[in-house]
Design a protein around this ligand. Structure first.
Ligand SMILES: Nc1nc2c(c(=O)[nH]1)N[C@H]1C(S)=C(S)[C@@H](COP(=O)(O)OP(=O)(O)OC[C@H]3O[C@@H](n4cnc5c(N)ncnc54)[C@H](O)[C@@H]3O)O[C@H]1N2
Ligand code: MOO
Length: 441
């Protein structure tokens, strides 16, 4: 019995092809038979729906996107309070204070943070007050300890303060009934701090999508195990994609590798569906005799296999699988192709599931530090290393060649250089656009 095996309904005798759900009409291919990268990305995003909102403890909502506007019901600060440890006074009483001619006031009370004064401050008196403590009625300035002799019965004050100085006014930071966040805002650490400060312990957010990652290929071996023969390789894709999905905000289940056996692939996908908001596979989507994913997935749902005008990453598969119509993105097996496809399609899909905009990476401009050639007709996603000069301007050089097996070069890169379909040559010093891979947005 497989671990996550689950029959949602009795299995029909012979599953009828026409009973499977269909996909929306895919974008038409261009005359060269290819689909543009933008068309493919937009199609996938149209087929994927944002996850439903749920209430989450504010700390667990870190990096998630709000599904509600947040209005503060309280003022911040909630009351006038002292910004300094010192003495609450009336500014007029100490206007002439100097080191040589201090003003001496009787100390009539002491106010700690969390305590209010028992009575208003009368003219000609002072009250000790701590940072954050409520300013007593009648006081309009705070004299920090450093400008006093720190007296207990009477205090000598050596310098004046303007009325209002060192007092943090009620509502000056956030006024009650103002909106502090909007639906769609992504919650970072500072936002979590403000939510707590206005007294909220839970908010409505979209959850982290549960992403299942599967590698296919009978040549694959789990890292840590010996390679038994010269034709085996380690499964790097499932680790790389699981890490990338986690970095994009997903909760990841790395299933690891399955062989090119059709039954094993079908069983694995069917087992995993129960815990997946998105299934990600690599390998088996091209033209090979053993390209199993492309061969078997149409039996399990509505699928779309396309040749996309990009390099690397041309062969792409997408499906809505099973009766739950679980989105499944089937990436090519070459490691660089898989990564580049992740950036172009999967990361935007994860962000859409989470309700985090913008879905795609922001393209930023950069100066090419050497000439770059490109093959027209396809978007090239070349691996680049972006550096900054002393003025903060960006330049990029390529990290190795175009080959989609060059994982060593990919690991040195910190950017993808996007060379448009019409580009044949970028001269040194020309501008190119890049996706910065180490940025969060
Ligand atoms: N006749 C054609 N052959 C190929 C075409 C084509 O258009 N016509 N397209 C090429 C392109 S482009 C790509 S990309 C690949 C994609 O092929 P598959 O998705 O079917 O991938 P596989 O054949 O399974 O593997 C390709 C390559 O990647 C290695 N690999 C696979 N999985 C992993 C993994 N988890 N970790 C590390 N490396 C992996 C695998 O061993 C192969 O070397 O097809 C071209 N062929
Ligand atoms: O597109 Mo493949 O992804 O060129 O290696």
């Amino acid at each position: 019995m497989p671990l996550f095996g689950r029959k949602k309904s009795p299995e029909p005798e012979a599953p009828a092809q026409h009973a499977l759900p269909s996909l929306p009409e895919p974008p038409a291919a261009r005359p060269d038979g290819l689909r543009s990268l933008a068309d493919h990305r937009d199609y996938l995003l149209d087929c994927i729906e944002e996850l439903p909102p749920f209430g989450q403890q504010i700390l667990d909502a870190l990096d998630l996107s709000l599904c509600e506007d947040i209005v503060s019901t309280v003022n911040l600060p909630g009351f006038d309070n002292s910004a300094m440890d010192g003495y609450a006074v009336q500014a007029a009483d100490v206007a002439d204070a100097t080191p040589g001619s201090p003003v001496i006031l009787p100390v009539v009370g002491e106010i700690a943070a969390g305590k209010s004064a028992s009575h208003p401050l009368s003219p000609g008196t002072a009250m000790k007050i701590m940072t954050g403590a409520p300013v007593p009625a009648g006081a309009d300035a705070i004299i920090p300890y450093e400008d006093t002799d720190r007296g207990e019965q009477d205090v000598r004050i050596f310098a004046p303060r303007e009325a209002g100085q060192h007092i943090r006014r009620r509502g000056e930071d956030v006024e009650a009934d103002t909106q502090v966040f909007s639906a769609g805002d992504r919650l970072g650490p500072r936002a979590i701090g403000l939510l707590a400060a206005i007294g909220l312990d839970k908010v409505l957010v979209r959850p982290r999508p549960r992403v299942v990652v599967v590698s296919t290929g009978s040549e694959l071996v789990e890292p840590g195990l010996p390679l038994d023969s010269a034709d085996q390789i380690y499964d790097s894709n499932s680790y790389m994609l699981a890490a990338a999905a986690r970095a994009a905000g997903a909760q990841v289940f790395r299933v690891g590798l399955v062989s090119d056996d059709p039954e094993e692939v079908k069983q694995t996908i069917s087992d995993q569906q129960v815990r997946a908001d998105l299934i990600l596979t690599t390998g088996g989507v091209s033209q090979g005799d053993f390209d199993v994913v492309k061969a078997v997935m149409p039996e399990m749902g509505a699928t779309d296999f396309a040749q996309v005008a990009m390099q690397p990453g041309k062969p792409q598969g997408f499906g809505l699988i099973g009766e739950d119509r679980t989105p499944m993105i089937m990436l090519p097996g070459n490691p660089v192709s898989a990564f580049v496809s992740f950036e172009a399609f999967v990361r935007p899909a994860i962000r859409k599931l989470m309700g985090t905009r913008p879905y795609g990476r922001t393209a930023v401009r950069c100066v090419a530090s050497h000439a770059i050639t490109s093959i027209p007709g396809k978007v090239q996603l070349a691996r680049g290393i972006v550096t900054y000069d002393e003025n903060g301007s960006r330049q990029v050089e390529l990290a190795g060649g175009h080959g989609s097996h060059l994982l060593g070069d990919l690991s040195r890169a910190n950017a993808l250089v996007l060379l448009a379909e019409e580009t044949e040559l970028v001269a040194a010093g020309d501008e190119v656009v890049v996706w910065l891979l180490n940025e969060d947005d």
